[in-house]
Design a protein. Structure first.
Length: 73
């Protein structure tokens, strides 16, 4: 799936659901984990190709954060 933003243009992460990288990144920036992305946007529930991209975006966010809070179950 597509993951890059080219000159400020949002790219589709999930073609099945029409979800863009900016939508996913916005949710991740607000603390969403993969489960919340699935519940909110339905990513990874049709063909499944976007699931790994979303997980990669979450991991990249974690690496770039000085502090990442994990929600208790």
């Amino acid at each position: 799936m597509l993951l890059r933003i080219i000159q400020g243009v949002a790219m589709f992460v999930c073609v099945c659901k029409g979800i863009t990288d900016s939508q996913i990144q916005g949710a991740i920036d607000k603390g969403a984990d993969y489960k919340e992305l699935r519940e909110t946007f339905g990513v990874g529930t049709d063909c499944g190709q976007c699931g790994n991209t979303c997980k990669q975006m979450i991991n990249t966010h974690k690496l770039n954060c000085e502090f990442y809070e994990v929600k208790a179950a």
